[in-house]
Design a protein around this ligand. Structure first.
Ligand code: ADA
Length: 642
């Protein structure tokens, strides 16, 4: 007995003095989900989460995909073996996210519960482990719950262990990997070169450190300079943190980064990474941000919730400013459980993302419907809850502004809560207004001197075409979302946005098509098709090149409607984008016109005559060429078609 004790004590002292932290990925194969072998990241909704509500189901309501029961909602049991623990060390399991509730067990004993689909969490499992043959089980549950945000939204809530999992072993005294799912080191970075670090320690008192970097280079989209520091404590445990020096502030006339005014050129991104749904790999995320960098955006709104750690790492590296959002959308529940879960999700979001220089703002909500039911709105409880959340954010991180995305002006009180307000506008798509009307109304109603546009866009199926476009508005819930409408509306919107100096930024809805299972429209069920790029990332729509021509440093010449192969018309509309100067139009080798691009790099020819049969329509500018082929065919006699 005494010998065993001495041996254990010796092992412990070896471990605590000499053993560094060990981190092992538990992602990949080796997991079972309800008895089937799966790879983590995993979701059980990758197919049914984006196939639309079944035919015959009641007409889908816009924005109801979170609560739709058109895809599998369940509690699923995952399990896998754990690495053998090193004696004398402490063991933790860290999940990047589980949707949306997770109950974790080790060898049948309860280790902890996490509620919230978008933030990381970790549990200590040291006391639940045997020397070998340990099994972890996770019950993941994506069923709707009135006490867990978000309650409703226009995207599919994929279920499962859809981000990575890690096994962490530390000495007995260690940098805390548990509290708020963060890494235990909180930085306060100042552009004079001082970096103050609060190190949270388990098994010992917390520590504060200060380091100085001489003449630090500032971080910006043009120069995303990062620094890294390893914080080591006496037990040998250490954590490395990357950071950057930069300031963000709003002055009376706009947004300033490092004291320089900038009007943000943003896109919105959901974490739905195409055919794997939310179970995105690092490669999926790298590919997405390569496309965001290619289009030339300097900002991304991570709609409508915090995304994976790798996403923020990429944005730090590429110099993309991040709008990071609390998952409060459409509805809130007036219950203490909802309020406390929302605050917990917010604390975790700030704690986990605060060290990333790319994050420029915390967003409090998206499109809260406090006007329904009206009696509840009068009580003021929503204002109270959102003001409390704002104050929680400000107490945790006084340096970043709080913003919000609103869609309705009567909600004056809610719109007054964030430091900066942005609005979502779909003129010509969901309504008959114009972007300039919308902007004027928003400035008038909000009484603010500056605003941003958090969403603008239109549906676009790159395999549906219409020329000429009808004079009126198309039905956004209808079966046809021609690519040409998306080009027309976004070009007009962007022209207005460029001419409005009171806007501090704008964010296209959206960079990629994404799963919204309740939708049945645009020729493809289960998809919100307002992306610049299709959900499988295989097709860059014409609007991708509109923004690339405006934002990228690369020269762009692009003729639209290249996927439209046939027409029965005698003429065609030719639209193109050029950042290489004046554009010459050639039809079947003959010059048909020369035009100077407008302020948003668009050239347009109406009613260009076509020959019978194949036509080659070519744009030339700055030594480049872009071609579309269009076959003119005879109109089908209606009796011929069958
Ligand atoms: C809203 C909402 C988005 C998006 C958009 C749309 O503005 O904020 O999540 O779904 O509508 O495409 O209708």
């Amino acid at each position: 007995m005494r010998i065993e004790f001495l041996l254990a004590a010796a092992l412990f002292s070896v471990a605590s003095s000499a053993q560094a932290r060990r981190t092992v990925s538990l992602s990949g194969p080796g997991w079972l989900c309800d008895g089937e072998e799966v790879c983590v990241p995993h979701t059980w909704n990758s197919l049914d989460g984006a196939d639309g509500s079944p035919e015959g189901a009641p007409p889908p309501e816009r924005g109801m995909s979170i609560s739709a029961d058109s895809y599998l909602r369940k509690a699923a049991r995952y399990s896998r073996r754990l690495p053998d623990p090193m004696p004398g060390m402490r063991q933790f399991v860290r999940f990047e996210a589980v949707s949306r509730k997770a109950d974790v067990y080790v060898n049948g004993s309860f280790a902890g519960r996490h509620v919230g689909a978008f933030t990381a969490f970790a549990f200590e499992v040291t006391d639940l482990l045997r020397p070998a043959d340990n099994v972890i089980e996770v019950v993941a549950d994506n069923r709707w719950d009135a006490d867990v945000a978000p309650l409703s939204a226009d995207y599919t809530l994929f279920g499962g262990i859809y981000r990575g999992v890690e096994w962490i072993e530390t000495p007995q005294v260690c940098i805390d990997p548990v509290t708020d799912g963060a890494y235990g080191v909180e930085l306060d970075v100042n552009t004079n070169g001082t970096v103050k670090a609060k190190i949270r320690i388990l098994g010992g008192p917390d520590e504060e450190r200060e380091i100085t970097i001489e003449n630090p280079e500032l971080w910006s989209p043009e120069n995303p300079r990062l620094y890294e520091e390893t914080f080591r404590i006496a037990s040998g445990d250490s954590v490395s943190v990357r950071f950057g020096f930069r300031t963000v502030e709003f002055r009376e006339d706009g947004f300033y980064l490092n004291g320089v005014k900038r009007k943000l050129r943003g896109v919105n991104r959901h974490q739905d990474a195409g055919l794997s749904g939310w179970a995105a790999s690092r490669e999926d995320e790298d590919r997405d941000f390569a496309l965001i960098a290619e289009v030339g955006a300097d900002a991304v709104r991570l709609a409508h919730y915090p995304q994976s750690r790798h996403v923020y790492d990429i944005c730090d590296e590429k110099g993309i400013l991040v709008w990071n959002e609390v998952p409060a959308i459409n509805w809130l529940t007036d219950s203490p459980a909802f309020r406390s879960n929302l605050v917990q999700q917010v604390r975790e979001m700030v704690a986990q993302k605060r060290n990333h220089p790319c994050v420029f703002a915390w967003s409090l909500f998206n499109e809260i419907y406090n006007d329904v039911p009206p009696d509840r709105a009068q009580e003021g409880w929503m204002e109270g809850m959102l003001a409390e959340v704002r104050d929680v954010i400000k107490a945790l991180d006084p340096k970043r502004p709080v913003v919000a995305a609103s869609d309705r002006q009567p909600k004056k009180m809610l719109n007054d809560i964030p430091d900066q307000l942005a609005f979502n506008a779909y003129p010509g798509w969901y309504g008959d207004s114009s972007m300039s009307d919308d902007i004027s109304r928003w400035f008038k109603a909000s009484g603010r001197a500056m605003l941003a546009i958090s969403e603008y866009g239109a549906g676009g199926n790159p395999f549906e075409h219409l020329d000429p476009l009808p004079a009126g508005r198309l039905d956004p819930g209808g079966p046809v979302h021609p690519e040409e409408t998306q080009v027309k509306l976004l070009a007009a919107d962007y022209m207005t946005i460029c001419g409005e100096p009171r806007l501090w930024g704008s964010f296209i809805w959206a960079m990629f098509d994404f799963a919204a299972d309740a939708r049945r429209e645009g020729g493809k069920n289960g998809i919100n098709d307002k992306g610049l790029v299709t959900r499988d990332r295989a097709t860059k729509k014409d609007v991708f090149y509109l923004f690339k021509a405006n934002w990228s440093k690369e020269s762009v010449l692009h003729v639209c409607s290249q996927r439209m192969s046939e027409t029965t018309n005698a003429t065609a509309t030719v639209v193109g984008f050029s950042s290489c100067g004046d554009v010459t139009l050639l039809v079947n080798g003959s010059v048909a016109g020369v035009k100077t691009p407008d302020a948003v790099k668009v050239v347009r020819w109406e009613a260009v005559p076509l020959a019978e049969g194949e036509n080659v329509i070519e744009l030339r500018a700055g030594g480049r060429s872009s071609v579309r082929k269009l076959r003119r065919v005879a109109a089908k006699n209606e009796y011929e078609s069958t």
